[in-house]
Structures are given as structure tokens and as C-alpha cells.
Write a protein that binds this ligand. Structure first.
Ligand SMILES: [Zn+2]
Length: 437
């Protein structure tokens, strides 16, 4: 298993766990960087001992799709979409509250906007809400920022409507540097049993993330743009509004492929899936290749995915968080956020949160994968529900082979999650206890 990015360096730490429940047996587990031994009542090793008193010990959870820097930024941003903000009045109130709270001249950063709140937003609409300070609001898709006039002036944009598509890198270079601290994310995730992250942002240069992530107790596996000089998966964004030709896409990915990188396609519509799969047919699919999201997949595409051996990295948490919207907006509900039908077709599947765009708590995703229930309690595609064990397993793959399950056996990575009757009681990364309730 390789970790491309920040690997916590704990030195040679090891732990002897007593009275762990593994597959209905009570065992001891000796764990360091890898699991060294599993057996009934192992002899003392001289390492620190932890008695978990019959709690279940599972492979630690790995969030296979997250955006860590965006998630850190979201913590001090204003929610501008459902469920927190449902209509124009609520949006105005949320932004006015931020306007009162923040020092003069400071940016308001809004996130999660959806047209169901107040239609298509532009600079004029934002100026009517906040005119005296810069304001930027990100669309829920993550693809679009909308700025008010004060904000546009500051970044030097002459966009007439203030709607900036896919210009994150351009914007970031013109915005004041934000203080980004991943410490709270690491702490929160450890308490949820998360021992690793895959950052799915197509970083042009992943160096900033790699250096900031070094303080996390979790392992971090990093994707980057196909052009980046980096060994992790090459992440490709596909937008229906600006799809490349198949030839251009293959040309763009070819150099990454030649240096042995796997490829991850952002893929939320049928046409994006069709293009991604056609590109993989041309390039020759490899085991590490992935379709991120796979939000809409036809049954023929499911078959093609299985044949190519591509892994679908899905987000059951979005079925929960956005399901009520989907039930209004999406016509092909049978193709929406497949899960059970992917697994029964023999497709390799893993899961991630897509936080901050989806709920960060993996247990919300596990619940959604088993019930397919939305925030409002409606059900999206009940036939796609899976068992709890299967749902948890979606978070227990290897970072570079997300659908290949880790297990509690010697030689496996030393990343564990301890689950008692009332939830997560501990987390171990590379033999070190990083969380204990
Ligand atoms: Zn994402």
C-alpha cells in the first residue's frame, strides 16, 4: 500500500489491544504500522496495552473522496442552500448576520447555493443583499462562484454577471490567503473512526495540501491534475457545458498514463460517464481507475464499468442530504446513485463523503446506504439499499484500491476503528491510538 501525500510519522509505535471482538471471537491484536498478530490472549509485548472490553475492532474507515482544504474553509463560511437556507428571505438573513458579525471590509464566503433558494444569482442580486463589503457565494455543485460588485472589483474581474465558472485556481490567486487549519477536521474524523482520507481535488500543485495535512492524525492519499508532477491518481473534471472531444481527453490523459498514474473521472451525468468510459476504452483501463460519484449510470454503463474493472466511488451521504431535491428534479430515478445494483452486477464500489459538499460523517453515509432515506424521510431508490456490513465495507478499502477490503489479520495496515455499543470508542492509525472516548 502506498500513501502519496502526508504519511504521519509516528516512529515505531505499537499497541496491544485486549478483548477485541473480531468476527464474533474475542481476541488480542498486536498492531504497529501493520497488524503484527491476532489471536486469543497474546502474550505481553512490552508495548502499551488497551483493553477494549469486548468492543468490535474493524479496519479503520477511509473516506475515499473528500476535499480537505474546502472542508476547512467551509467551517467559517455561511451556508446558503438547503437544508439550512431554503428561500430568499432566509438567504438574506444568513448573509446579513454574517455582515454584522465580520470586521469591516472582510469577505463573506457563502457555500452550498442552489437555485431552489432564490433562482439564478448574479452580481446584481448579491449587491441588493450586501453592497458594502465583498461577498462570494459558491454554488452547491462546487463549479461556480458568484461575486457581488465589491468582490469583483477586489479580484479584478470584469464579469458582467459576476458568475465565475470553474475558476477556483484563478480566484484563489487573487483572494487574501486564508488561515487553514486542518486540526479540527482531524480530531472530528478520528472520533468518527476515520483513519485515512483521499483528497479528490484536482490540485495543480498538491504541495500546499500535503504540507498542511501533515498535522492530521490520519493518512492522506492525494489526487492531482493530470498535468501535475505527482504520482497519485490524475483527477479529471468533466462538465456537460464544456465537454472535451474524446481525442482531446485521451491526449490530455496519455502522459499521466505513461508514467503509470491511475485516472479518476468526476462523473455525475450519463454523458460524463459515457465520455469517461470511452476514454478508458482507448487508454486501456487499469485496476486503480475510478469514476467519482457515478450519480447517474445507465444499466449498459454498469455493464461496461464491470467489464473495464473500474471502481465507482459513490456518496451515499448525498442521497440523504440532497435526496429530496433529486426526487423533484431527476427524471431517471432508477439510474440515480446506484449502489446495490452496482454490487450485484459485480462492479467494484467504494464510498466517500465528498465533504464539504456532502455530509462528512461516514456513519450518516452508512445509514443512508442501508435506508436510502432523505433528510425529509423520503426514500430514494429503495432497491439500491445494502446491508450495514456492506455499507461500512465501502469505507474499508485500500486508498489505492478502494474496493479491495482491508481486514483484521497480520500484514494488514495498522489502522483500526473500535466500535462499542454506543458508537466509535477509539481509532488507531499505524499502531498509534489517535482517539479514545
Ligand atoms: Zn468531490
Amino acid at each position: 500500500m502506498s500513501h502519496i501525500g502526508a504519511e504521519p510519522n509516528f516512529g515505531a509505535v505499537a499497541l496491544l489491544i485486549r478483548h477485541a471482538r473480531v468476527a464474533r471471537r474475542i481476541v488480542s491484536i498486536h498492531v504497529g504500522t501493520t497488524i503484527r498478530a491476532v489471536g486469543p490472549e497474546l502474550a505481553a509485548t512490552g508495548d502499551e496495552e488497551l483493553d477494549v472490553e469486548g468492543a468490535a475492532v474493524l479496519p479503520g474507515l477511509h473516506d475515499h473522496h473528500v476535499h480537505l482544504l474546502a472542508r476547512a474553509a467551509a467551517a467559517d463560511s455561511v451556508a446558503c442552500g438547503p437544508p439550512e437556507v431554503a428561500d430568499e428571505a432566509a438567504l438574506g438573513e444568513a448573509l446579513a448576520a454574517a455582515d454584522r458579525r465580520l470586521p469591516a471590509g472582510e469577505w463573506i464566503r457563502g457555500i452550498g447555493y442552489h437555485e431552489s433558494v432564490a433562482g439564478v444569482l448574479d452580481r446584481g442580486a448579491l449587491d441588493r443583499i450586501v453592497a458594502n463589503r465583498p461577498l462570494r457565494i459558491q454554488h452547491r455543485s462546487g463549479k461556480l462562484w458568484i461575486l457581488n460588485s465589491a468582490g469583483l472589483r477586489l479580484v479584478g474581474s470584469d464579469s458582467p454577471n459576476g458568475r465565475l465558472w470553474r475558476q477556483d485556481e484563478w480566484l484563489r490567486a487573487r483572494l487574501p490567503r486564508r488561515h487553514v487549519d486542518l486540526t479540527p477536521i482531524g480530531r472530528e474524523a478520528a472520533a468518527q473512526g476515520i483513519t485515512g482520507f483521499t483528497d479528490a481535488t484536482p490540485h495543480a500543485d498538491p504541495a500546499e495540501l500535503v504540507s498542511r495535512a501533515a498535522i492530521l492524525p490520519q493518512k492522506v492519499y492525494v489526487m492531482s491534475a493530470p498535468e501535475a508532477a505527482h504520482p497519485g491518481p490524475a483527477k479529471v473534471l468533466l462538465d456537460d457545458e464544456s465537454l472535451p472531444s474524446l481525442d482531446d481527453l485521451v491526449d490530455r490523459l496519455h502522459p499521466a498514463r505513461q508514467v503509470g498514474r491511475s485516472i479518476a473521472f468526476h462523473c455525475v451525468t450519463h454523458v460524463q460517464a459515457a465520455l469517461a468510459l470511452a476514454a478508458l476504452e482507448e487508454l486501456g483501463a487499469r485496476p486503480g481507475d475510478r469514476l467519482e460519484h457515478g450519480a447517474l449510470l445507465s444499466i449498459d454503463q454498469v455493464d461496461q464499468i464491470r467489464r473495464l474493472g473500474v471502481t465507482v466511488v459513490t456518496q451515499p451521504g448525498l442521497v440523504h442530504a440532497r435526496g429530496d431535491r433529486y426526487l423533484e428534479d431527476v427524471e431517471e430515478l432508477g439510474d440515480l446513485w446506484r449502489l446495490g445494483s452496482l454490487l450485484s452486477a459485480g462492479v467494484a464500489v467504494a464510498a466517500g463523503s465528498d465533504a464539504p459538499y456532502g455530509p462528512s460523517d461516514p456513519w450518516v453515509s452508512v445509514e443512508a446506504a442501508t435506508t436510502r432515506r432523505t433528510v425529509a424521510g423520503r426514500v430514494v431508490g429503495p432497491d439500491e439499499a445494502v446491508s450495514r456490513a456492506t455499507a461500512i465495507g465501502l469505507f474499508q478499502g485500500h486508498p489505492d484500491a478502494p474496493a479491495r477490503a482491508r481486514s483484521i489479520s497480520p500484514g494488514q495496515p495498522g489502522d483500526l476503528c473500535i466500535v462499542g455499543r454506543s458508537g466509535v470508542e477509539g481509532a488507531v492509525v499505524a499502531g498509534r491510538l489517535v482517539y479514545q472516548r
